[in-house]
Design a protein around this ligand. Structure first.
Ligand code: BGC
Length: 482
């Protein structure tokens, strides 16, 4: 909806009840936020150019802001990988344990258990977090694998650890920095695979950690297993990031390993860090800056903070709080419930945008039920339009990231599939369509050659496939030190 579509808001009735409300109409407010949150195609193209340069830089040397992490996942799966593998997935919100049975021919079966992580668990001593992972795994193994005849062998496990880790080989990963609000102590700078192995030993879990991967790498590989047109894997969820397959010869920073130049390796971009610290390229509003500065990692994950599900609800809340402060809305009502950081979840933005009723009854429900606030129809229309602005900006910035990889790899003419997953991509109304529109705005009609496709379960199935690929590679004695 644009400002023009908004019905003019006569505040007659409200003015009687709320004599201090400003005269400014909701449509006027909306126009202001439209100009703050709208990204023109020209601006998007500028972002894409800077993004592409940053991706190249990250491949040159270690320690760059966007670290372009070599994953030691060599090339695409064959689709014929088989066997049973465990996968442990530590994402942004849940811990998941999966048993994946790869049946070859692009087919699989999966059994899984999910645990929600509490806010305390995300901040406690790192060792406790890995102990928790090991205990959940043990419970799972005891209940689902008790009847398996393991013949003394440890079960292979793929660990999906979706935070930036610098890897020296596939079963190693030094955490560069926590993202997504995690802050567990004594993990940054340490090898998380070693920490997890230590916990597995402590609780005597009969598991062999085969590979440590990122959710984007898992998404890339799992989707390619079933759809070989896949070239890029992206996650738009609590965090955001992408992975793609690169020629080893184009990764100068690992030249010393003596790997064949014409071989291929997946790169975990960690693009959420784009424009961190310098803040030169992205159009940040004062709400974005506020979120950044009051986060546990100021100046970091600059791109992610404008896009991911962890932050969109909070951006919305900050705009609404500003309007409360300047007396534009909720005059005379008690707004304290809405004044607490992060109380407004991105899922509410999805619900507001999807509200099918003329009266916007879902929006009524959200504001009365969760925050004890009465709204007028004009306010509700404004809230929905504001959600749309914030959600659309996130989708268009996401398109910029995808476009940077497409352009860098020369995929535009031939076209390719981009495997996408995460709550924003799969649950936010219209998000995929807005990404596609963004790609067309950047590339013109050829942008339609780039399709995003809802991905297979990368963190579970992808992790299992990569564990299988790694086992096969090791058994064949290929790159044994990787
Ligand atoms: C992490 C990435 C991850 C992404 C999506 C980001 O915060 O740094 O490793 O892939 O979230 O889960």
């Amino acid at each position: 909806m644009t400002g023009k579509d908004l019905p003019f808001h006569h505040r007659k009735h409200d003015e009687e009840v709320l004599p201090h409300a400003t005269k400014k109409t909701m449509a006027d407010h909306l126009r202001k936020y439209e100009s703050l949150f709208t990204l023109t195609p020209q601006r998007m193209r500028m972002i894409v150019d800077a993004f592409e340069e940053t991706l190249d830089k990250g491949l040159q040397k270690f320690g760059e802001v966007v670290p372009m992490i070599p994953t030691y996942v060599f090339g695409w799966p064959k689709g014929s990988e088989t066997g049973s593998y465990l996968a442990l997935d530590l994402g942004g919100t849940n811990l998941r344990v999966c048993l994946v049975m790869l049946q070859g021919d692009g087919k699989f079966e999966i059994t899984q258990t999910k645990y929600r992580l509490s806010e305390e668990q995300k901040q406690e001593e790192g060792e406790l977090l890995f102990d928790f992972c090991a205990k959940c795994l043990k419970t799972f193994v005891d209940s689902y694998l008790a009847d398996f005849d393991l013949q003394g062998a440890a079960i292979p496990l793929g660990f999906t650890f979706s935070y930036p880790c610098e890897q020296e080989r596939i079963d190693h990963g030094k955490l560069i920095r926590w993202t997504k609000g995690f802050g567990n102590l004594n993990v940054e700078g340490h090898d998380v695979a070693a920490m997890f192995r230590h916990s597995l030993e402590k609780f005597e879990v009969p598991i062999q950690l085969t590979s440590l991967i990122n959710d984007t790498t898992g998404t890339l590989i799992a989707s390619h297993y079933v759809n070989p047109r896949t070239r890029i894997g992206v996650i738009f969820g609590t965090g955001c990031n992408a992975a793609y397959m690169e020629k080893i010869g184009n990764i100068p920073k690992i030249k010393n390993l003596g790997l064949p130049d014409d071989g291929e390796m997946a790169i975990n971009c960690e693009w959420g860090a784009f424009d961190s610290f310098t803040h030169e390229h992205l159009p940040r509003t004062k709400y974005d800056i506020d979120i950044d500065q009051s986060s546990n990692k100021p100046d970091e994950q600059a791109f992610e903070k404008l896009i991911s599900g962890r932050y969109l609800g909070e951006i919305f809340r900050l705009v609404v709080c500003e309007m409360i402060d300047d007396g534009s809305i909720f005059l005379g009502q008690n707004t304290y419930k809405l004044e607490k950081p992060y109380v407004l979840e991105t899922a509410f933005l999805s619900l507001m945008e999807a509200d099918p009723t003329d009266e916007l009854l879902t929006v009524v429900g959200i504001f009365t039920h969760f925050y004890g606030l009465e709204t007028t129809l004009a306010e509700r229309q404004f809230f929905r339009a504001l959600a749309r602005l914030i959600g659309t900006r996130a989708a268009r910035l996401s398109a910029c990231g995808i476009a940077a990889i497409v352009s860098k790899m020369g995929y535009l003419n031939e076209g390719c599939d981009v495997a996408a997953d995460g709550s924003l991509y799969s649950k936010y109304p219209g998000f995929p369509e807005r990404v596609h529109q963004g790609l067309v705005d950047i590339f013109g009609p050829k942008g339609q050659n780039i399709r995003t496709v809802h991905a297979e379960d990368g963190s579970g199935v992808g992790s299992a496939i990569i564990a299988a690929m790694t086992n096969e590679r090791r058994e064949a004695g290929i790159f044994p030190n990787c």
